[in-house]
Design a binder for this molecule. Structure first.
Ligand SMILES: [Zn+2]
Length: 261
């Protein structure tokens, strides 16, 4: 039962993330303003704004002008619901919220916040091929403070941040900014602070595996060409989330490939 509540919490946060992403792009202050249909300007009421369900009930259209809404809205809500549930299951596997320790509660909220941040970076890079400093830099500060409070050594974080940031800085310098953008360097720093050593290596490796995998699929299906822009931040954020939750399992699975074959 608690899982259902967590999933709904994730849906609600996801609908907030959609607003944040939209207003980041429009450069608006995302605390102000009420929700309006982007096409007819009709004010949207609570019944139009129920995450996921309003979209499904209205068949993806505005109730007033019947204009079709972007699939981004329900997808981000659904993804946030799933992500919040996965984080919860990872930290509270026995599903007993009443006996959760203070440290676990802190990690739960911290990981939820960082996951939400990663979702914003993912969607923004996917849509606009851009990793915004005003999104990544505050995330680095929050991850740094939370990691210090959790007793993670700053030397470990520094090492991982140097690896994460340096990895992209070298590529940036070698390619004179053609392969990757400056945003990837800052995202590399965030990955380092968030994951620490040695998980930063797992995430970088995983990002390239995911990137190659989807790259081959998109190239062979003819949807993308080699000269097309690649939103590499999407693979980095996905790999960061997977490593945060399942880092040790991923390493174990990787080594098992060599032991059994
Ligand atoms: Zn409308």
């Amino acid at each position: 039962m608690i899982v259902v509540f967590i999933f709904i919490l994730g849906l609600l946060v996801g609908s907030f993330l959609n607003v944040v992403i939209y207003r980041l792009h429009r450069q608006e202050d995302f605390v102000k303003g009420s929700s309006k249909c982007l096409f007819c300007g009709h004010k949207l009421h609570a019944k139009d704004l129920v995450p996921l369900f309003s979209y499904l009930y209205l068949n993806g259209k505005c109730r007033y002008c019947k204009h079709r809404f972007s699939k981004q809205y329900p997808l981000v809500e659904l993804a946030t619901g799933v992500v919040f549930t996965l984080v919860f299951l990872k930290i509270v596997p026995e599903l007993n919220i009443y006996f959760i320790g203070f440290t676990d509660l802190f990690i739960l909220i911290y990981w939820w916040i960082m996951s939400a941040w990663l979702i914003i970076i993912f969607v923004y890079d996917f849509k606009y091929y851009l990793i915004l400093d005003k999104v990544v830099l505050p995330a680095i500060i929050v991850a740094f403070i939370a990691s210090i409070l959790l007793g993670i050594s700053w030397l470990n974080m520094l090492l991982a941040a140097i690896i994460g940031g340096g990895f992209f800085l070298i590529q940036f310098l070698v390619s004179k900014g053609r392969w990757i953008g400056g945003g990837d360097i800052r995202l590399g720093l965030l990955m380092g602070v968030l994951l620490g050593w040695p998980d930063i290596l797992v995430a970088l490796f995983l990002a390239y595996v995911l990137g190659s995998f989807f790259g081959i699929i998109l190239l062979s299906s003819g949807k993308k060409h080699l000269s097309d822009k690649v939103a590499f931040g999407t693979f980095l954020t996905l790999a960061t989330f997977l490593t945060l939750l399942y880092g040790s399992q991923i390493v174990g699975w990787y080594w098992s490939l060599f032991i059994y074959y």
